[in-house]
Design a protein around this ligand. Sequence first.
Ligand code: ASP
Length: 587
Amino acid sequence: MYRSHSCGELRIAHVGEEVTLSGWVQVSRDFGGMTFMDMRDRYGITQIVFNMDDDAQLCEQARKLGREDVIKINGKVRERSNKNPNRDTGDIEIEVTELTILNESKVPPFTIEDETDGGDDLRMKYRYLDIRRSPVRNNLIFRSKLAIETRKYLDQEGFIEVETPVLIKSTPEGARDFVVPSRMNPGQFYALPQSPQTFKQILMIGGMDKYFQIVKCFRDEDLRADRQPEFTQIDCEMSFVTRDEVLATFEGLTKYLFKTLNGIDLPDFPLMSYDDAVKIYGSDKPDTRFEMHFVELNDVAQGKGFGVFDNAELIVGICAKGQASEYSNKDIKKLTEWMQRPQIGAKGLVYVKFEADGNIKSSVGKFFSDEDLKVWGEKMGAEPGDMLLILSGETDKTRKQLNELRLEMGNRMGLMDPTVFNPLWVVDFPLLEWDEESERFHAMHHPFTSPKKEDQDKMLTGDHATMKALKADAYDLVINGVEIGGGSIRIHDRELQSKNFDLLGFTKEEAEEQFGFLLGAFEYGAPPHGGIAFGFDRLCAVMNGVNSIRDFIAFPKNNQGRDMMIDAPSPIADEQYDELSLKSTVK
Ligand code: ASP
């Protein structure tokens, strides 16, 4: 028998018991006559003691042990004289009577403690050692619970978990596909799914009514801190539902998960239109933990001789409460430079300070009288002590830039409380986005998203301008400025779907070749349906107030898309090229 208890289990009530534990040597402290050791497993840490007076040979053996050696001990539980209140097992220790070394360890390349000295790549290369650290382990345990609770909830709601294939067909829409050559079909390739979208719709046509899957998806995109080439979604689809029924189901799921895992009661999720989100926050995923709403100033700031404003499509600002005295001219200069970095690309930044003593200071004081500036202040709800920050230029760009500034100010001003969770649904997205360069429409969500009911006829008959204005029955769940997931009511009518492909620049043949199976299925009694997918890794991260999804993935890829442990991707053998009918272009 390797163990009678785990290393996290023993308490004062066990004092006097003979126990057997197995685990890793976390650290050892030698005091000559006595050797103390911390022994660790998944469940915790227990202090064990070797006493020279009792058994000199055993004590010598223990002294030779190093970090991460795997041992088994027998001994008696006793009360500690020097208790450790920070540890669940801190009231007791084990007087060891027998020691077995199960396996030795080399000196680990970084310390296996909560705070480690290991850099990212090193930790990934030795991920098995990293996983022994409690922060990583706890994240994986959280993830497991989140998956299990998700299954419980959806099962209770009548959803059926169906697996969809991993080897599917490559389609040019959306992100880039990972492709897999088919040995048995020379010159032909599978693609890894970017999402099970068409399969889940087919399941609705198959009458499954409510489908879900916790599923791996693959997108060959450039990586950022919160992106991974393979990631996991909670993917769902429902038949005979309206948008609001889908939202209610997944608001219910989200509330249930926050309650069960975080002990948090989320408020009801408000709905915000895409147009409002962009106008008020400059973003379709607004962080609504704080206000600092955008206020447009065109009507009061133009026509006063300040050319930059007069020529701007949009003049828009935010009011930073109580910041007038916090920002010296030097600070404003720094903030302006921050806004002018290529990542943001603002041309300049206008400020107005309403100082506590009633003075008004502004970078555009030459062009605008105090009376003018007071009008802006009133419009923006400024009080003495507040500072306005204003940008101008082309509408979309300016809004995006001000969104960055709003988030930066929110952060600096401590308004992004990590213990507060503010969910909302963003709804009524545009259906199509016009791309000037390629002179074609792109689907804002994906090509299967339905226009809103009132827009369906317009879509079949309207002109170009009408198409630009079509609204989709699509929705995103946003929490604290992070997009947790999104979905839509789908098109279930062949004619409308064909029209959409047509608008997206597919020829009839291309649409047939790529999506003929779905168009065909629409002709056999496709029910109205809709669905949603949540980013599972991201949900884990957000629920823990963390930015990076990597922390919640057991074996993540680094920023170059590499798995540092198994060293993938890697070259393949010449024979494999031949077998797969491929030619190597890399020497
Ligand atoms: N398939 C979509 C996605 O992966 C989600 C959905 O529309 O249900 O983003």
